[in-house]
Write a protein that binds this ligand. Structure first.
Ligand code: GDP
Ligand code: MN
Length: 380
């Protein structure tokens, strides 16, 4: 789960990482009130789950409350890379002398958390990595050893920070960020920019924060951050029904059992010249309720023109899945053609059950590729 900047900053603050005082606002009037409460110049920031807000005009300085209200009016409703701004974060403006970058994430290749630090912050980290890779310090943490003070010193010295007060403050932030990352079950904690003010104070001016969905059950306070209104309504429905569903932007709806098979199905649809409309994993089961739930979610997407059902029977038996499909078709009306590929345990029986019932608009294909081709053809 990705957090909004203000939510990430709230977690940063809990771990003692310095951030600016601010308020959430959903209207120009609220932005005005926030500026008034904070006093002095403020920065009005679009709260959307994407980066590059500054460049897109979603971050504006405001001199006073009138200006904050005007800037809020300009930013609310803005479309930033497909995300419409409905919420703002108004915080006390900071003077910036330097912009650094600090993050911790998982390096799946190394199977370890990875810290990255550079004094060339403010811009996207990919740019720094490409243009001056020597300026980017990368340091893995051995999870069995955990955080050690030398890690922070290594980052700070390696990055070339010379001022002793800055060194000390950044090292302290590195340690707090590590605790924050581990204790929140985060996948990513990024501070860009980590600024130094003209007075020499170091603080987090932005936050990018991703928490592991599978760990949310033990963080009810973080789970509460979820903004059900802003989330994709289909993904919300899927979550409610316990279906693993990711919306994509093509026209072939995909239903597989198991994440690996569902992902392969996405690839095969692309190979067949089509575009997947989603990724949907039935999980291990294939009972009627699971099939109904998944079909309800998929058919709710108006972009879906055909559905590809790809089942490999292991513990799940294909005859049961076939019965599940028939029962689902009895219970809900499906307006688009369905292509089914069944293989594995009891595949013969499964295919026979479907052939005997022969529901309209249902096609059974023997292989994954043929099924994908058929589904792509029907979606055209
Ligand atoms: P992003 O573009 O989505 O990464 O949003 P950021 O929160 O990083 O803001 C973008 C840029 O706006 C920063 O790199 C700063 O240069 C600038 N900015 C943000 N907050 C302030 C502030 O309080 N004072 C000043 N002077 N600039 C700010
Ligand atoms: Mn930023």
């Amino acid at each position: 789960m990705d957090l909004y900047e203000y939510q990430g900053k709230e977690l940063f603050a809990r771990f003692g990482i310095p951030v600016s005082d601010g308020r959430v606002a959903v209207s120009p009037a609220e932005a005005r009130a926030a500026a008034e409460a904070l006093g002095g110049p403020v920065v009005v920031k679009a709260q959307v789950l994407t980066g590059g807000r500054g460049k897109a005009g979603g971050v504006k300085l405001a001199d006073d409350r009138d200006d904050a209200e005007a800037k809020a009016r300009g930013i609310l409703g803005l479309d930033i890379r497909g995300h419409v701004v409905e919420k703002l974060w108004v915080e006390k403006a900071s003077d910036i002398a330097k912009e650094y970058y600090l993050s911790i994430t998982f390096d799946r290749g190394a199977k370890k958390p990875l810290f990255m630090f550079t004094t060339q912050g403010g811009v996207e980290i990919e740019e720094v990595a490409a243009s001056s890779p020597e300026a980017l310090v990368r340091l893995h943490i051995d999870p069995l050893v955990g955080f050690q003070p030398w890690v922070a010193r290594s980052l700070v010295y390696g990055g070339g920070v010379e001022d002793p007060s800055e060194q000390k403050q950044i090292a302290a932030i590195v340690e707090k960020l590590y605790r924050c990352f581990v204790e929140c079950d985060a996948m990513l904690c990024e501070i860009n920019p980590l600024i130094v003010t003209p007075d020499g104070e170091v603080k987090a001016l932005d936050s990018k924060f991703t928490v592991d969905d599978s760990a949310l059950y033990r963080h009810p306070d973080i789970a509460e951050f979820r903004d059900t209104k802003a989330a994709d309504p289909l993904e919300a429905l899927a979550r409610e029904k316990g279906v693993t569903y990711v919306k994509l932007d093509g026209s072939v709806g995909i239903l597989g059992n198991g994440a690996g098979l569902s992902m392969s199905t996405v690839d095969v649809v692309v190979v067949a010249g089509g575009k997947p409309a989603n990724f949907c994993d039935l999980g291990g089961g294939g009972d009627a309720q699971g099939v109904v739930d998944a079909l309800e979610v998929i058919t709710r997407d108006p972009q879906v023109r055909s559905i590809l059902f790809n089942i490999f029977g292991g513990i799940t038996r294909c005859d049961e899945v076939a019965r599940g499909i028939l029962e689902a078709l009895d219970r809900i009306e499906i307006g688009v053609p369905i292509v089914v590929r069944l293989d594995g345990t009891n595949a013969e029986e499964g295919r026979q059950i479907l052939a005997d019932a022969a529901p309209p608009n249902l096609y059974v294909e023997p292989t994954m590729l043929e099924a994908a081709k058929k589904a792509v053809e029907l979606a055209a």
